[in-house]
Design a protein around this ligand. Structure first.
Ligand code: KIV
Ligand code: ZN
Length: 522
C-alpha cells in the first residue's frame, strides 16, 4: 500500500499565528513528540525570519532523530543559505523554498513578471539543491494561479532539482472538487511530474482544509502538510490528526496509509494545547474530549452491545485510555509512572519527579486524580518558569454594597525583591489581576480570560487561559489549580514572567553579555 508523507508544520506555519508562539525549549519538546508520532518531516521554522527562528531550527536539527528536519526559505540567497546553515546538524534535512505564483501576488506583492518568478524559482531550487539533496518547492497561492502557468513553474522547479512540489491553498479558497481537478491538471500537464511527489498545504478559511487535502490524496498527492490541532495562520492549517485518521480509517477508500503512530495523536494534541495554553474544543474530531463520548441512550446501548455500532475508530487507536483506574493520594510513584506511560508520554521527555510531586499535592486537594488531571500536570504549567512567584494571594468578594471585591498579593522575584499590592475590581478575578499587574510594575492590559474545568466534580482542577497585551503584543498565559482564582492568577503570572524574561534578555543583550543572554533565553 502507498504511504502518504506527513509533513508537519506545527512549529512553522502553526507557531507563527497569534496565540500559538512557543519558546525554543517548548519547540524542542513538541519536536520530540512529533518524532515519537513518527511524522516524516518536521518543518522546524523559517530560519531567516529572526535569530530566534534560526536558533530553534538549529536546535531541532541538532537534537531530534528520526524525521527529516526542514526549514522554509524564500527563493533568495540569504534565506536559503541561512536555512542550510541552521539545518547543518540534521542527519536528514530538507530545504523548502517558495515563491508566490498567483497574479495578485506577482503584481501587488512581488512586482515581478511571470518570467521573473520562474527565474527566481529556478535559481532558488538550484541553490538549495547545491546545499541539500532533498528540496521542496512551493508555489505560494497556487490555487489562485493560472493553471497553465502553474504547470510551467512546477516543470521548471522539478527540472532544477525539486523532488517535492507543493500546491498550497494559501488563503483557504478552494473546494474538494476543484482541488481534484487541479491535481489532475498538474499530472496531465507537467511533463516531468513523475520525478516529484505532489504535496498540498491547505488553510482552513472556509473550513475545508482537511477535505481539500484528502481530495488531493484521492487524486494521487502523496504528501500532506498539516499541523497538530489544525493550528496555523488565520483559521489554521489542515489538522494532522484528522488527515491521519481519515486515511487510516478509510484505507479501503484511499488505498494508502501513513507511517504515523496513531496512539500518539491524543498525547501530541494535549501537549500542544498545554504548551500554547489553547484548549482543544470538546467536539474537535479525533482529539476532542467528546470524540468518543456517547451521551444519547440509544448510542450508549448500541456501543455497549457492539462498539462499532457508533464508533468508527477505537479510542485506544488514537491514544485515549479507556480504563476505570483512578489514581488517588495513596497511589505510589510506580502507579503514576505507569499511568504516564499508558497515556502515551515518553518518560525520557517528562519531568517525572516534578509531575509526581505535583500529583501528590493535587491528590491532597482532590479525592480522585483522573487521566485528564495527570495529562494537565504533564503538559500544562502548574509552575511558571519564573523569575516571579506568587508568595501570597488573599481575595475577598461577595454580594452587596459592602462587599467590593478586593485582592492582596505578594510577588517575590528570584533576586529577592518582594512586592505587595492591593487591588479592587468588578469581581475577585478582576481585583486579583489589578493587584498583580500593579505589583509587577508592567504596563499590561488584560484582553481575555477563559476558565474551564478539566474533569467533572466539585473538586475538579480548573485550567485558566489569560490574554493580555504588552507594548502592543498579545501574550497568553495558562495556569492550573483546583481553585479558579489561583489558576487565573497563575496564568497571569505566566505572562508577567515571560515579559520579565524578555526584558532580562534584552538587558543582557544591551550589555553585550552573550552567556547571560543565552541563559535568559532558556
Ligand atoms: O500557506 C502557504 O502558502 C505557505 C507556504 C509558504 C507553503 O505556508
Ligand atoms: Zn501556510
Amino acid at each position: 500500500m502507498d504511504s502518504v508523507v506527513i509533513f508537519d508544520t506545527t512549529l512553522r506555519d502553526g507557531e507563527q499565528s497569534p496565540g500559538f508562539s512557543m519558546t525554543r525549549p517548548q519547540k524542542l519538546r513538541m519536536a520530540e513528540m512529533l518524532a515519537a508520532l513518527k511524522v516524516d518531516v518536521i518543518e522546524a521554522g523559517f530560519a531567516a525570519a529572526s535569530p530566534g527562528d534560526f536558533a530553534s531550527v538549529h536546535s531541532v536539527a541538532e537534537q531530534i532523530q528520526g524525521p527529516r528536519i526542514c526549514s522554509l526559505a524564500r527563493c533568495n540567497e540569504n534565506d536559503i543559505t541561512q536555512a542550510a546553515r541552521a539545518l547543518e546538524p540534521a542527519a536528514r534535512k530538507r530545504l523548502h523554498v517558495f515563491i508566490a505564483t498567483s497574479p495578485i501576488h506577482r503584481e501587488h506583492k512581488l512586482k515581478l513578471s511571470r518570467e521573473q518568478v520562474i527565474a527566481q524559482a529556478v535559481s532558488g531550487v538550484k541553490l538549495a539543491r547545491s546545499l541539500a539533496d532533498d528540496v521542496e518547492f512551493s508555489a505560494e497561492d497556487a490555487i489562485r494561479t493560472e493553471p497553465e502557468y502553474l504547470a510551467e513553474v512546477l516543470e521548471a522547479a522539478i527540472a532544477a532539482g525539486a523532488s517535492t512540489v507543493n500546491i498550497p491553498d494559501t488563503v483557504g479558497y478552494t473546494t474538494p472538487a476543484e482541488m481534484t481537478r487541479l491535481i489532475r491538471f498538474i499530472q496531465e500537464n507537467v511533463p516531468n511530474i513523475d520525478q516529484a511527489i505532489i504535496s498540498t498545504h491547505c488553510h482552513n478559511d472556509l473550513g475545508m482544509a482537511v477535505a481539500n487535502s484528502l481530495s488531493a490524496v484521492e487524486q494521487g498527492a502523496r504528501q500532506i502538510e498539516c499541523t497538530i490541532n489544525g493550528i496555523g495562520e488565520r483559521a489554521g492549517n489542515a489538522s494532522l490528526e484528522e488527515i491521519v485518521m481519515a486515511i487510516h480509517t478509510r484505507a479501503d477508500h484511499f488505498g494508502c496509509d501513513t507511517q504515523i503512530d496513531t496512539t500518539k495523536l491524543h498525547p501530541a494534541s494535549r501537549l500542544l494545547a498545554g504548551i500554547t495554553g489553547s484548549f482543544v474544543p470538546r467536539n474537535k474530531a479525533v482529539v476532542g474530549d467528546n470524540a468518543f463520548a456517547h451521551e444519547a441512550g440509544i448510542h450508549q446501548h448500541g456501543v455497549l452491545a457492539h462498539a462499532e455500532t457508533y464508533e468508527i475508530m477505537k479510542p485506544e487507536d488514537v491514544g485515549v485510555l479507556q480504563s476505570d483506574l483512578v489514581l488517588g493520594k495513596h497511589s505510589g510513584r510506580h502507579a503514576v509512572v505507569d499511568r504516564i506511560k499508558q497515556l502515551g508520554f515518553d518518560l525520557e521527555f517528562v519531568n517525572v519527579d516534578q509531575v509526581f510531586a505535583d500529583f501528590k499535592n493535587l491528590a491532597d486537594q482532590k479525592k480522585r486524580v483522573f487521566d485528564a488531571d495527570l495529562e494537565a500536570l504533564i503538559t500544562g504549567k502548574p509552575h511558571s518558569e519564573g523569575p516571579w512567584r506568587i508568595e501570597a494571594l488573599k481575595v475577598t468578594s461577595g454580594i452587596g454594597a459592602d462587599h467590593e471585591p478586593h485582592a492582596d498579593v505578594t510577588l517575590v522575584h528570584e533576586d529577592g525583591t518582594r512586592r505587595s499590592q492591593s487591588g479592587s475590581g468588578d469581581g475577585p478575578l478582576d481585583a486579583t489581576f489589578h493587584a498583580m499587574i500593579e505589583a509587577s510594575g508592567l504596563d499590561l492590559h488584560m484582553t481575555g480570560l477563559a476558565v474551564r474545568s478539566i474533569t467533572e466534580g466539585e473538586d475538579a482542577q480548573g485550567e485558566a487561559e489569560v490574554r493580555a497585551t504588552y507594548e502592543g503584543n498579545e501574550m497568553k498565559g495558562s495556569g492550573l489549580s483546583t481553585d479558579i482564582v489561583a489558576a487565573s492568577a497563575r496564568a497571569l503570572l505566566d505572562i508577567i514572567n515571560s515579559v520579565s524574561r524578555k526584558q532580562a534578555r534584552k538587558q543582557a543583550g544591551d550589555r553585550g553579555d552573550p552567556a547571560e543572554a543565552r541563559a535568559a533565553a532558556n
